[in-house]
Design a protein around this ligand. Structure first.
Ligand code: ATP
Length: 299
């Protein structure tokens, strides 16, 4: 096999509840992930060494050295399997960078799947999941896709049942937000550390997902990082309000932001919102999408 292409989705957190800061510097999370149809494609070709190149609108923001998460994933896989194979990786990037949609994690998951195939390793899914968890909290979900409840740092996953398809419009901002700085701002804004507080999955939200009810889901969307993202980037409030006025069923900052996610009625509503938002809010681009979609998949 000389080349493998893997398609991997972005995610939106329909619930992101952040517990108190742990002694190891992480937060316990209750994280309901939902994979949506904005995809990066990662192509892996046979080579003597591991290299990466990036194409697409966001390419100039992605490192092409050893800090690239796809390169780290390929190296971790080779080490785990005890092989010294190489791969030239090309990432065709559509997921916004530092946008709160797990773009880097998605590429890491795609590189694991692509190199496992390219190198003929045939490692089982459980091995890839373990490697994924070591690479980052969001990487296991990028492998798995669908809709899932993540606990711990977000990496302990339980698949959630859903019905039908949910439709979304995303508003991408100019410039990213660093995930660690948004968590730090969240800690700063919480005047008293919430000792003993333990976040739980929202029963209403789980029912809305299970029933395929976008109106109920829209009312339940929640993100504990949103106040921090708005504090660091006040203009996001304008974007969220514009989406609500245009009839979104729910409006939320995606993960650590600055991408804003709008849950809508159907594909036509998503397209109308995507067209109208740029006139009313300070954004770089819009995209329509649906979810849930599968995780990293060989094309
Ligand atoms: P999350 O939602 O998981 O918190 P994010 O979507 O906000 O993350 P990413 O797009 O993953 O953020 O990018 C975070 C940083 O990771 C970027 O600023 C970039 O420098 C670095 N990075 C490393 N590898 C990649 C990659 N393959 N794609 C995107 N960013 C990468």
């Amino acid at each position: 096999m000389s080349s493998v292409t893997v398609r991997v989705p972005a995610k939106v957190n329909v619930q992101l509840s952040v517990g108190p800061l742990r002694e190891d510097g992480y937060h316990d999370l209750v994280n309901v992930f939902h994979a949506v149809s904005i995809f990066d494609d990662v192509v892996a070709r046979e080579s003597d060494s591991i290299t990466v190149a990036v194409t697409g609108d966001w390419a100039d923001l992605v490192p092409v050295d050893d800090t690239n998460l796809a390169v780290q994933a390929a190296r971790a896989l080779a080490k785990h399997a005890g092989v010294c194979y190489g791969a030239d990786l090309v990432i065709h990037k559509a997921i916004p960078v530092a946008g709160g949609m797990a773009g880097g994690s998605a590429d890491a998951a795609a590189a694991l799947v692509a190199c496992n195939e390219l190198w003929g390793l045939r490692l089982p899914a459980e091995d890839l999941m373990r490697l994924a968890a070591d690479l980052g909290s969001d990487v296991p979900f990028s492998l798995m896709g669908g809709t899932a409840l993540g606990t711990g740092r977000g990496e302990l996953l339980t698949e959630l049942p859903t019905t039908g398809t949910f439709h979304w419009t995303f508003a991408m901002a100019d410039g990213g937000l660093s995930t660690p700085s948004v968590y730090a701002e969240c800690d700063r804004l919480r005047a008293t550390p919430s000792r003993g507080f333990w976040p739980e999955a929202d029963a209403g939200l789980l029912a809305a997902l299970r029933d395929g009810d976008p109106h109920a889901l829209g009312r339940c969307l929640s993100n504990d990082l949103q106040p921090a993202a708005l504090s660091l980037r006040p203009a996001l409030a304008v974007t969220l309000e514009a989406g609500r006025r245009l009839g979104a069923l729910g409006a939320i900052v995606s993960g650590s932001g600055p991408t804003c996610a709008f849950l809508v009625e159907d594909a036509a509503h998503a397209a109308r919102l995507a067209q109208a938002l740029p006139e009313r809010a300070p954004i770089r681009a819009t995209a329509t999408a649906h979810g849930p979609t599968p995780g990293a998949t060989i094309l």
